[in-house]
Design a protein around this ligand. Structure first.
Ligand SMILES: NCc1[nH]cc(CCC(=O)O)c1CC(=O)O
Length: 353
C-alpha cells in the first residue's frame, strides 16, 4: 500500500481515499469475526482507510477429521496466510496468537497485539444438566456437575494433562471441529462436558465476558452454560485470548497504521509467553501452558510443562521487569528445564507405536 502524504509545510495525516489494505483471513466463523473486528478498529482509527477482507483456505481447515495432536503441526492454520503476505497478495492478517508457531518466518513481523480477551478455559455443559446446582464457586475438583467417570471432550494435550492431574477419574475423549461443531456434539449427548477457550465463545458473541460466574448462552439451537476454570487449576495455552496482527516486516506504512491496534500489556504477555514456548518447544506437540499478568511495572509469568498421562507436571512462576518480557519467558523456561522439564520433553520426543 502507499500512504499518501501531502507535500506542504505541514503534514496532513488524513488518508486519501485510495489508501486500502487487504486483510487475509481464514474462512471459519471465528476467524472472520475476529478479522472483522480488527478491520473495523482500523477504519475507526484511520479516517479514510479502506480495509478489504480476502478469504484464504488453510490446511487446518481442510483436515477436520484428524485429531490436531496427531497431525502435530502448529502452523496448520497459518502457513497459507503467511504465504499470501509474502506474495503481496494481502497486507495483514489477524491470527489467534495461540495458533501461531513460536518462530515468525523471515520477512514477516507481529505488528500489534490488541487487548487480550478472557484467557481462561471454560467447562461447557448443557444448561439442562445444571438444574439448581450452585455454580458460583466452580472448581473442577469438587463440582457435583462432573460425576465420577464423566465423559469430557477435549483434543488439547495441555487441557487433558492438567485435568488428569486433578480429576484422574474423568473419561477424556477427543472432540474436533470448530466451536459450533463441538457444541453440537455436546448437545447430541456425545459428551457430558467439553472444554473450550472462553475467548472464542466471547468473540463469537455467545457469552458475555463481563459476567464473572457461570455464563449462560444459546448456540446451535440449544442452551449451554460456560464455567470459566480458574487459572490455578488450568493454566491457559500460550497467548490464549490474544490476537496477533501480522504483516510484512518491510512494510513500514502498514506497521505504523497497525500500531493503533496495539495494547502494551497484551503485547508484553504475548512476548513473555511466546519466549517461554520458544525455549521449550522441540518441534513436537507438548502439553505446555503459560499465563502472564502485568503487575505495575512488572510481569508475573506462570508456566507448566506436563507429561501426557498427567502424572508429571513441572510448574514455576517468575516476576520480572515489564521492560523485557521475553527475558522472563526465557528465564522461566530455564527454571523448568532445571526442574526436570527436559526429561518430559525428551520422553515425548521419543517415537512410540
Ligand atoms: N484451538 C483452536 C482455537 N484457536 C483459538 C481459539 C479461540 C481462543 C483464543 O483466541 O485463544 C480456539 C478455540 C478453542 O481453543 O476453544
Amino acid at each position: 500500500m502507499a500512504l499518501i502524504v501531502t507535500k506542504h509545510f505541514f503534514k496532513v495525516d488524513v488518508m486519501s481515499n485510495a489508501t486500502k489494505l487487504i486483510l487475509g483471513t481464514r474462512g471459519s466463523k471465528l476467524a472472520v469475526t475476529q478479522s472483522g473486528m480488527m478491520a473495523d478498529a482500523m477504519r475507526a482509527a484511520h479516517a479514510g482507510l479502506e480495509v478489504e477482507m480476502q478469504l484464504i483456505s488453510t490446511k487446518g481447515d481442510r483436515i477436520l477429521d484428524v485429531a490436531l495432536s496427531a497431525v502435530g503441526d502448529k502452523g496448520l492454520f497459518v502457513k497459507e496466510l503467511e504465504q499470501a503476505l509474502l506474495d503481496n497478495q494481502v497486507d495483514f492478517c489477524v491470527h489467534s496468537c495461540k495458533d501461531l508457531p513460536s518462530v515468525v518466518p523471515d520477512g514477516l513481523t507481529l505488528a500489534a497485539f490488541p487487548p487480550r480477551a478472557d484467557a481462561r478455559d471454560a467447562l461447557v455443559v448443557m444448561e439442562s444438566a445444571v438444574g439448581d446446582l450452585d455454580l458460583s464457586n466452580f472448581s473442577m475438583q469438587d463440582s457435583p456437575l462432573l460425576r465420577q467417570g464423566a465423559v469430557v471432550g477435549t483434543s488439547s494435550l495441555r487441557r487433558a494433562c492438567q485435568i488428569r492431574a486433578i480429576r484422574p477419574d474423568l473419561d477424556l475423549r477427543d472432540v474436533r471441529g470448530n466451536v459450533d461443531t463441538r457444541l453440537r456434539k455436546l448437545a447430541d449427548g456425545q459428551f457430558e462436558a467439553i472444554i473450550l477457550a472462553s475467548a472464542g465463545l466471547d468473540r463469537l458473541g455467545f457469552t458475555d465476558a463481563t459476567i464473572d460466574g457461570p455464563r449462560h448462552f444459546e448456540a446451535v439451537d440449544a442452551r449451554f452454560v460456560a464455567l470459566p476454570i480458574p487459572t490455578t487449576q488450568m493454566l491457559p495455552a500460550v497467548s490464549q485470548g490474544i490476537l496477533a496482527i501480522e504483516c510484512r516486516a518491510a512494510d513500514a506504512d502498514t506497521i505504523s497504521l497497525l500500531g493503533a491496534l496495539d495494547h502494551a500489556p497484551s503485547r508484553a504477555a504475548a512476548l513473555a509467553e511466546r519466549a517461554f514456548l520458544a525455549r521449550l518447544e522441540g518441534g513436537c506437540q507438548v502439553p505446555i501452558a503459560a499465563f502472564a499478568v502485568v503487575e505495575g511495572e512488572n510481569l508475573r509469568l506462570r508456566g507448566m510443562v506436563g507429561s501426557l498421562d498427567g502424572t508429571t507436571q513441572v510448574r514455576g512462576e517468575l516476576v520480572g521487569s515489564l521492560a523485557d518480557p521475553a527475558a522472563i519467558g526465557l528465564a522461566l523456561a530455564e527454571d523448568l528445564i532445571s526442574q526436570g522439564a527436559s526429561d518430559i520433553l525428551a520422553e515425548l520426543a521419543t517415537p512410540r507405536n
